[in-house]
Design a protein around this ligand. Structure first.
Ligand code: KG4
Ligand code: ZN
Length: 333
């Protein structure tokens, strides 16, 4: 097959990102414009503000990425875009930009599910090997996905309530840590001791997860300490919280690998940046002869490079959209 160069757009949350990816594996250029500092003052992403900034930034980010690649639209074979899930106002900006480019330059339009993008971030590190299990851990998702081949996704379990990143961010808030709290809790977790008696969440035979009980337990401890006039031992609380999260994620992922007789594990999403989770999975995978692929930090959080990688395999499967395509706030993988 002839080479295929995809211009991809990601705008599902608070990052405006555009990338140019060749054949699903080669990153030619990526731009990520984050609004994190703007939303940090509000303690979380404000959807209306996010979409307004996407509108202001999208054209600039597209032009910069083409310039960095030394390319023009004539060098692009197709347009890939995150159509969902995410914040609807944010998604619409990327989708509209992608549709406009596809229409003006007469290029195929490839819709990409955000989680497929996170999974295919690993393809930019090393070509995926199948069958595999993907542990998807982000601000909006906690899922175990079985893939027997490219672009085939079978969800075998997921969170029943809060996503793991969401639980991190909410737990961080009661520890008085700034948004996004996940990386800050992770850092502190390496400085404290596991002294708080927190429950291991949903330790059952399913592949599902539940983090709201654990999050509430952290909030209760913080309030109780406060009422007694005690200081919260923040580092110890971070360590105790992270240990439970990492233990349950590792335990259920390992069981899935065994029961599905799979030797390849990939980790995807913002929480894949977590040092505690990475080292726990590395240790267990080494012991159990499992090939582990975790993306470098720059591919863990939202970016368009991962969307460009996924778009190539979506295209090979014939997943194309026309100009009636719309953004979807929620959609299953
Ligand atoms: O994938 P992502 O950029 O956005 C979504 O699609 O949700 O993930 C963002 C989430 C946030 O909740 C953030 O706190 C969390 O990933 N996160 C972490 C770490 N780095 C980012 N959580 C725990 N430890 C980290 N090192
Ligand atoms: Zn994401």
């Amino acid at each position: 097959m002839k080479d295929m160069t995809i211009l991809a757009i990601e705008s599902s949350c608070d990052e405006t990102s555009v990338a140019i990816i060749k054949n699903g594996v080669e990153e030619i250029a990526t731009t990520i414009l984050t609004q994190m500092d703007i939303h940090a003052t509000f303690g979380g992403v404000v959807p209306e503000i996010a979409s307004r900034h996407h509108i202001e930034n999208i054209t600039i980010v597209i032009e910069k990425t083409l310039k960095d690649a030394g390319m023009e639209m004539a060098d692009i074979d197709a347009i890939g875009v995150t159509y969902g899930p995410g914040l609807i106002g944010s998604l619409l900006v990327g989708v509209q930009a992608a549709k406009t480019l596809a229409y003006i330059y007469n290029k195929p339009l490839i819709p990409v599910h955000h989680i497929a993008g996170h999974i295919y971030a690993n393809n930019l590190v090393k070509r995926l090997e199948f069958p595999l299990i993907a542990l998807v851990v982000s601000g909006g998702h906690t899922e175990l996905v079985y893939m027997k081949e490219d672009y085939s996704f079978e969800k075998i379990g997921g969170t029943l309530d809060d996503a793991v990143g969401e639980a991190y961010d909410k737990a961080a808030r009661v520890m008085n840590l700034a948004y996004p709290g996940g990386p800050r809790v992770d850092k502190l977790a390496h400085e404290g001791k596991d002294t708080y008696n927190l429950p291991l969440p949903l330790d059952d035979d399913s592949y599902n997860f539940s983090f709201s009980g654990l999050k509430s337990a952290v909030i209760n401890i913080a309030h109780n300490e406060d009422q007694r006039g005690n200081e919260i031992r923040v580092a110890d609380l971070a360590t105790s919280f992270q240990n439970r999260v990492v233990e349950i994620l590792t335990k259920k992922t390992l069981r899935a690998l065994k029961e599905y007789n799979v030797k390849n594990l990939i980790v995807a999403g913002g929480v894949a940046a977590n040092k505690g989770l990475r080292s726990s999975l590395e240790k267990k995978c080494l012991e159990n002869d499992i090939n582990l692929c975790v993306p470098p930090i720059k591919y863990c959080t939202d970016n368009a490079a991962m969307i460009g990688a996924a778009a190539y395999y979506a295209y090979l499967k014939g997943n194309l959209a026309d100009l009636n395509m719309s953004a979807k706030a929620t959609d299953k993988l």
